[in-house]
Design a protein. Structure first.
Length: 203
């Protein structure tokens, strides 16, 4: 993977990543919500809540507004149709990043380039969709164009992400591992993780 991103709009890539993530979330059975995930600090329910919050927060960042990541809300509690809520919020996320100027300038508390922030949510949507799929026994295949985009972007962010406890230490993978397996390993995930194998990501 080269350290060069494409010129494809973030919204177009998010649309593809979001479609796959929505399918995974709709496939989560209620009896799986208490199960483990590749992120040991989250069970399936907590990770689904986290991903919904991520999608909502990055809508605000697309509009050059600040977002509060310090509070984790509980969308999956109660009788609300949280799976449909995730689909709706993901569609809103795509529209937010398709708005004129969304990829221009800087955004967020740290004043990062807007496209870098777009790469963050694209990475979260893709990697956490894999987390949830693997945790709940579902198949998951990301869009190769999305993998090509997030590979170099996440590699550039990795030192800062590890320092902040967002990524774990990289996991060794074979030279001939797929590009997506290399992305997962970069974030501290074992691409071979299963619910039976135990935690893989050490923050």
């Amino acid at each position: 993977m080269t350290n060069i991103s494409s010129d494809r709009p973030i919204s177009e890539l998010l649309d593809s990543a979001g479609e796959r993530a929505v399918a995974v979330v709709r496939g989560i059975a209620d009896e799986r919500l208490a199960g483990p995930t590749p992120c040991p600090e989250y069970d399936v329910r907590a990770l689904a809540d986290h991903l919904i919050q991520v999608v909502i927060n990055f809508q605000a960042l697309a509009a050059k507004q600040n977002a509060d990541f310090s509070v984790e809300r509980h969308y999956t509690d109660g009788g609300a149709d949280w799976r449909s809520r995730f689909a709706e919020e993901t569609a809103t996320l795509v529209k937010a990043w398709a708005a004129p100027g969304a990829e221009e300038g800087t955004t967020g508390t740290f004043g990062l380039p807007a496209r870098t922030v777009g790469h963050m949510v694209l990475g979260d949507l893709t990697v956490h969709a894999w987390d949830l799929a693997r945790a709940t026994g579902q198949e998951y295949a990301p869009d190769p164009a999305v993998v090509d985009e997030i590979g170099p972007a996440l590699a550039e962010m990795a030192p800062m992400a590890r320092k902040g406890g967002v990524f774990g230490e990289p996991v060794p993978v074979p030279e001939d591992a797929s590009d997506f397996d290399k992305v997962l390993a970069l974030t501290g995930r074992d691409p071979q993780w299963s619910p039976e194998s135990g935690p893989a990501l050490e923050p």
